[in-house]
Design a protein. Sequence first.
Length: 251
Amino acid sequence: MYCFTCKEDFESMMTCIYRVWEAKKGSQNVRLEIEPVEQMDLLTEYVHVEVDPELAHKVVRSIRTKISAKAYYQVYLAAMSNDPGRLDDIYRFLRIGFAVGGKVTECLREESVMQIFELSRQVSNERHFFREILRFTRIDPGIYVAHMEPKGNVVALVAEHFADRMPSEDWMIIDDRRGLGVIHPKNEPFYVTKFREEEMERLCQTEQQEDLYTQMWKEFFYTIAVEKRKNPVCQRNMFPLRYRKHVTEFL
């Protein structure tokens, strides 16, 4: 048994899939895992794969042309999930896809296809949820900062929405769990960056700053509440506790 491993970024995953096909070990004799590998098997040979953007681009191009754009989008969303087995599921999904073409997204009886469908659905739902609940805080000199801790790596997906809604503002969206951030300069495209530990410590302090609008929003939130209609159970169902850590009205 061979186990091909790589880092969790999308280009590394696509490079890993290319190397597995290149090795020609057979699908029954290989599995793919995201690093770090928690528990190693004695009878398994582990092969670390370094990222190669050119090879990753070849895989992406092949998925788009030989399967479909829809299949590629589902693969991308699944890769952004936090499921530890997502890379192996993507590999087996693509094996079916290259055999049957664009119809692969309809082959829901296949376990790997159903798993990719479920992972992409979870990531898509989480992206949609954060579009609604993300809260920005204005800091000097006129920069808006928002914090989030999603299960999946959806920070760039969420940023696409705000790049369209706030094109003429300087803003940042920070994934505190992964130390990632999207930076959007005024009237320019946004980009994703990885923050150092000391940078994250400073950025986390931005939530402690309050301005007039923050106070007004909190007052509005509690003022419009109807005491006799409070339903904490229903509120938790509609707005789970794990999402409230960085929401202004609950801070």
